[in-house]
Design a protein around this ligand. Structure first.
Ligand SMILES: C[S@@+](CC[C@H](N)C(=O)[O-])C[C@H]1O[C@@H](n2cnc3c(N)ncnc32)[C@H](O)[C@@H]1O
Length: 261
């Protein structure tokens, strides 16, 4: 048996027929593993036929992934703050979408604001891939997406005084009382966000969970943030989750904060 690991952008349909017929198991993870049995053709035959098609296979792979790969941010080090001017090749105000999901909000906002830079943080690979594809399709040079935990990114990857706006839109609600400890907005998270924000930087939060909203509000007032009355929510792009909530008439609670000390 021969195992091939190829990039996630390639599907079985793009393989030549003789390989397609030999694909016995397709396993999607961070890449697709093609398990190819050698009972129909010998290993030597397989290699010789496969190598004839290598340029086509890699051309397909390169075509699908080249732009998305530019959008996905893979830091040189996960133990040092990001070098933002090098990443974006300029110095511009930075907005960060924490838990950016499929990247709809991130890319809509970035398209509207070409003079600002945007980083989406998301822990799920599939959503990172969707967000990268959206940015690549629109040829947005001011967007990067990083697959990592929100709290880790805020605490360790954003330099002090580097972020103009954090967006935390519909964070996982963890409604059961015994799961409240998994909620992302903790005192430590707020302290780290405060440190990463520029002077008078903003933190915009929306949730459909009233008790989570109230908990966040109590915590932010003790963490060096002021509430802003005029928060321009109406002029912001709609997120994918927000769209679902509005179609079900679910109330949404919003908080706009400004760093004050
Ligand atoms: C309810 S969805 C909201 C997505 C998007 N903000 C929206 O409004 O459409 C929450 C998103 O945050 C991501 N997420 C949850 N916890 C996270 C964490 N600790 N670090 C990074 N991403 C996280 C989830 O994978 C999911 O995509």
């Amino acid at each position: 048996m021969v195992f091939f690991k190829v990039g996630a952008g390639l599907s079985a349909a793009s393989l030549p027929t003789e390989f397609e017929s030999n694909v016995t198991k397709i396993n999607r993870a961070s890449a697709i593993n093609f398990r190819i049995t050698s009972d129909k053709i010998s290993r030597a035959q397989f290699y010789s036929r496969f190598t004839q098609h290598v340029p086509i296979v890699f051309a397909c792979f390169g075509f699908v992934s080249q732009n998305s790969a530019v959008v996905e941010l893979i830091p040189d080090s996960y133990f040092a703050p990001l070098d933002l001017p090098t990443i974006f090749n300029r110095v511009a105000p930075l907005e960060v979408d924490l838990g950016c999901g499929d990247g709809s909000f991130l890319t809509d906002l970035a398209e509207r604001s070409p003079r600002r830079d945007f980083i989406g943080i998301e822990r799920l690979f599939g959503r990172v891939r969707s967000a990268c594809s959206k940015a690549a399709r629109r040829k947005l040079t001011n967007v990067r997406v990083l697959q990592i935990e929100n709290s880790y990114a805020v605490e360790y990857l954003f330099p002090r005084d580097s972020v103009a706006v954090f967006h935390l839109l519909f964070p996982d609600p963890w409604p059961k009382w015994r799961h409240h400890g998994r909620r992302v907005v903790t005192a430590e998270f707020l302290r780290a966000s405060h440190r990463a924000l520029v002077r008078h930087g903003e933190f915009r939060i929306a949730t459909d969970q009233l008790d989570y909203f109230e908990q966040i509000r109590r915590r932010t007032s003790a963490a060096g943030f002021d509430e802003l009355a005029d928060n321009h929510w109406d002029s912001m792009p709609v997120t994918t989750f927000e769209e679902n909530f509005s179609s079900q008439n679910t109330p949404v609670y919003r908080l706009s904060l400004r760093k004050v000390s």
